[in-house]
Design a protein around this ligand. Structure first.
Ligand code: ZN
Ligand code: ZN
Length: 340
C-alpha cells in the first residue's frame, strides 16, 4: 500500500505542477505584462480644440506607434509627455529634434483615419508642414474626403501623393479594402478595416499582433438606430477571432448621455446604446471571461459649455448602472498611458 500511495502522490504532484505551469504561461504574460501600449492624445469628440480624438498604439516589443485618428497631435504629444506617458518608450537619439519632434518623426509610423470629420484629422493637418514622410491609411471614401476637402490647395496644401497637383508626396495615401488584412509599414501590426454607420462613412480598425487583437472604433451610431447592421459585422468577426486570439481592448465612442434623443444622435452612441451593443457582443463570445478581462476605453465624450453639467461624470454613472456583465469601462483621458 505504501509504495502505491507514494506513486499516487507523485502523480498528483506532477499533474498539479503541469496545470499550474500552464496557468501561469497563459495568464501571467497577458495580465501582468500586457502586449499593447495605448496613449491617449485626445479624448473628446469636440469642441475642445487641443483635445480631440487621437490615440497612439504600439506593441511593447517595438518603439513604433500607429496613430488612430489625429484630431489632436502636437498638443496631445506634449500633454502625454508631461504625464510621463512615454516613459517606457526607448527614445530615438536625434540632436536636431525636440522630444515632441522625435516622437512625431521617429516613433509615429503612420495614421489610420476613421473618417474625414475635422475633430479626427485637425491635428494631422496643422502638423503636416513639419511632419515627415509616412503613410495615411483609410477606406477609399475616407481618403477621397481628405483629398477633396483638405489636401486641395484651398483648405490646405496637398502634402499627399494624390489629388490636386502639385503633389508634395509627404504622405503616401493607402486605400484599405474592407475586411482585408494590410500590414502597417514600419510596425509589426496588421489592420483590418470595417465600415461603420455615421453621416459620412466611418471605420473600425481591428489591429492584430501575433494572436492579440485591439479595436479602434471611429464615430458610429447604434445598429438599431442606423439600421445597417454594420456594428454586428464587427462583433461577429471578433467573436469568431476570439476563439483562438485574445481581444485586449477596444476604444469606442460614447458622445452623449442617455438623455440625448435617438433622432439627435447624428451617428453617435450613448451609454444605453453602447451597453446594448456590448450585450449583443457578449452573447456571441464563447469565453465570457475574455470579454470581462478586456478594457473598454470610452472616447469622444462631447465637451459641454453648459453650466453645472459634467458629461463625463454622467456618462460614467450611466455606464456603471447598466453594466450587468461587469465589463471594464475606462474613460479615455488625454495624456493617459494604458497597457493592454
Ligand atoms: Zn467625431
Ligand atoms: Zn464624425
Amino acid at each position: 500500500m505504501q509504495p502505491n500511495r507514494h506513486i499516487l502522490f507523485i502523480a498528483v504532484l506532477i499533474i498539479s505542477f503541469q496545470l499550474h505551469g500552464k496557468q501561469t504561461s497563459v495568464s501571467s504574460n497577458p495580465e501582468t505584462k500586457g502586449v499593447f501600449e495605448l496613449v491617449t492624445l485626445g479624448s473628446t469628440g469636440g469642441i475642445q480644440d487641443g483635445n480631440l480624438s487621437a490615440f497612439l498604439l504600439r506593441t511593447l516589443s517595438e518603439p513604433n506607434y500607429i496613430a488612430l485618428d489625429a484630431g489632436t497631435l502636437t498638443n496631445g504629444i506634449n500633454v502625454a509627455l508631461s504625464n510621463n506617458a512615454f516613459e517606457n518608450l526607448p527614445m530615438q537619439t536625434d540632436n536636431t529634434l525636440s522630444t515632441t519632434g522625435k516622437i512625431l518623426h521617429h516613433h509615429i509610423k503612420g495614421y489610420l483615419i476613421s473618417h474625414g470629420h475635422l475633430d479626427h484629422v485637425a491635428g494631422l493637418l496643422v502638423a503636416s508642414p513639419e511632419d515627415n514622410n509616412k503613410p495615411i491609411y483609410g477606406l477609399k471614401s475616407v481618403n477621397q474626403t481628405m483629398s477633396d476637402t483638405y489636401f486641395n490647395w484651398q483648405a490646405w496644401a496637398n502634402f499627399t501623393d494624390r489629388g490636386k497637383p502639385p503633389l508634395l508626396n509627404k504622405y503616401q495615401v493607402i486605400d484599405l479594402v474592407p475586411q482585408q488584412t494590410t500590414n502597417l509599414k514600419g510596425t509589426q501590426l496588421k489592420v483590418k478595416a470595417f465600415s461603420l454607420s455615421h453621416p459620412l462613412e466611418s471605420t473600425a480598425f481591428v489591429i492584430e499582433y501575433e494572436d492579440n487583437l485591439f479595436v479602434y472604433f471611429g464615430d458610429t451610431g447604434p445598429d438599431k438606430v442606423e439600421k445597417q447592421g454594420k456594428l454586428a459585422v464587427v462583433w461577429e468577426y471578433l467573436a469568431k477571432q476570439m476563439r483562438t486570439k485574445k481581444l485586449r481592448g477596444v476604444v469606442i465612442e460614447v458622445s452623449f448621455a442617455n438623455d440625448q434623443p435617438d433622432n439627435l444622435l447624428f451617428g453617435h452612441l450613448t451609454p444605453k446604446w453602447l451597453l446594448s451593443e456590448m450585450h449583443y457582443f457578449y452573447s456571441l463570445v464563447a469565453d465570457k471571461q475574455q470579454i470581462k478581462d478586456m478594457k473598454v476605453i470610452i472616447s469622444h465624450i462631447k465637451y459641454s459649455l453648459k453650466s453645472g453639467t459634467n458629461p463625463r461624470l454622467k456618462i460614467q454613472q450611466e455606464l456603471n448602472q447598466g453594466n450587468t456583465h461587469g465589463l471594464k469601462f475606462i474613460l479615455a483621458k488625454q495624456g493617459q498611458l494604458l497597457i493592454l
